[in-house]
Design a protein around this ligand. Structure first.
Ligand code: LHQ
Length: 259
């Protein structure tokens, strides 16, 4: 368990904060492991219905800690990725609950792709992103080569990966990589409001939206229609559907409980 990740619970929200501000929250394998463990626990905890990932200080995350001997030139980088990054990104994408990332400053390398692995990404107006890998002779990892073409489109994904240029939050928003850009001083409040709103929504439906939206990328329309039928059938038997319809009929707000 890393001291550089702060974990807190507020109602149904799990709050994960990267907390190594003096190193721009550069990730150690311990930090990645702590994030992973928290997400694995959250997957099985019915009390957690949404996750907020944010960061302390002036940066969101500067990517892998380059001072770690495990990633020194000549070391087996694949081993670090296999041990730390791949499990983390897989856990984020597999979590059947929404993850909000609040990007407060620079998000570089694996730090950028960590943000893009969230479901809804909020960024402060002064935040920025850089697929910094190529600057040190590497290529995007942490799901970047899979996520970036889908999020940004092929041409932009290749551009940001090959050129390694910093792009700001407004550009990321225009390119479709973000949900919202907000004034810097509003970031924490907006992220909290959004994640609390998600935590009060029909959690199984949100988890199913996440799973099917992603599954659809590698399926035919025919197969996806079948998947939608099966998913809707499962949701139709749940409490939240009954509650949603009852609330609609009674003209009152629904009180979803995630079942
Ligand atoms: C850092 C870091 C950092 C350590 C800032 N490490 N200390 C996964 C696994 C296996 C193999 C390799 O790859 C990966 C995934 C990756 O993420 S690879 C990409 C790694 N990240 C980068 O290449 C980005 C490196 N950082 C930067 O380019 C700059 O720091 C940025 C552009 C993020 C910010 O620049 P500045 O605002 O000018 O800040 P700074 O450079 O002065 O940094 C402040 C401090 O943070 C400084 O420490 P110091 O003790 O001198 O004050 C930096 O050394 C430290 N820091 N990034 N990744």
């Amino acid at each position: 368990m890393s001291d550089h990740v702060r974990i807190a619970r507020s109602g149904a929200v799990l709050h994960l904060t990267l907390h190594r501000p003096e190193k721009l929250n550069a990730l150690t394998t311990e930090m990645a492991g702590t994030l992973h463990a928290a997400l694995v626990d959250a997957a099985d905890d019915d009390g957690v219905r949404a996750v907020l990932l944010d960061a302390a200080g002036r940066a969101f995350c500067a990517g892998q800690d380059l001072s770690d001997p495990a990633v020194a030139p000549g070391a087996d980088l694949g081993a670090t990725i296999e041990r730390a990054y791949n499990p983390l990104i897989r856990a984020m994408r597999a979590l059947p609950k929404p993850i909000v990332a609040a990007v407060n400053g620079i998000a570089a390398g694996a730090g950028a792709n960590l943000a893009f692995a969230a479901d809804l990404v909020l960024a402060a107006r002064s935040a920025s992103f850089v697929e910094a890998f190529v600057r040190i002779g590497l290529m995007p990892d942490s799901g970047g080569t899979w996520m970036l073409p889908r999020v940004l489109g092929h041409a932009r994904a290749v551009g940001v990966a090959m050129l390694g240029e910093t792009f700001d939050a407004e550009r990321a928003l225009a390119w479709g990589a973000l949900w919202q850009v907000v004034d810097d001083e509003q970031l924490a409040a907006c992220a909290t409001e959004l994640v609390e709103r998600l935590a009060a929504m029909p959690t199984r439906a949100l988890g199913t939206i996440k799973r099917l939206m992603e599954a659809g990328w590698s399926k035919t329309l025919d197969a996806q229609l079948d998947a939608e039928r099966d998913a809707q059938r499962a949701l139709g038997g749940g409490f939240d559907f009954a509650e949603g319809v009852a609330a609609f009929s009674a003209k009152r707000p629904a009180r979803f409980d995630g079942r």
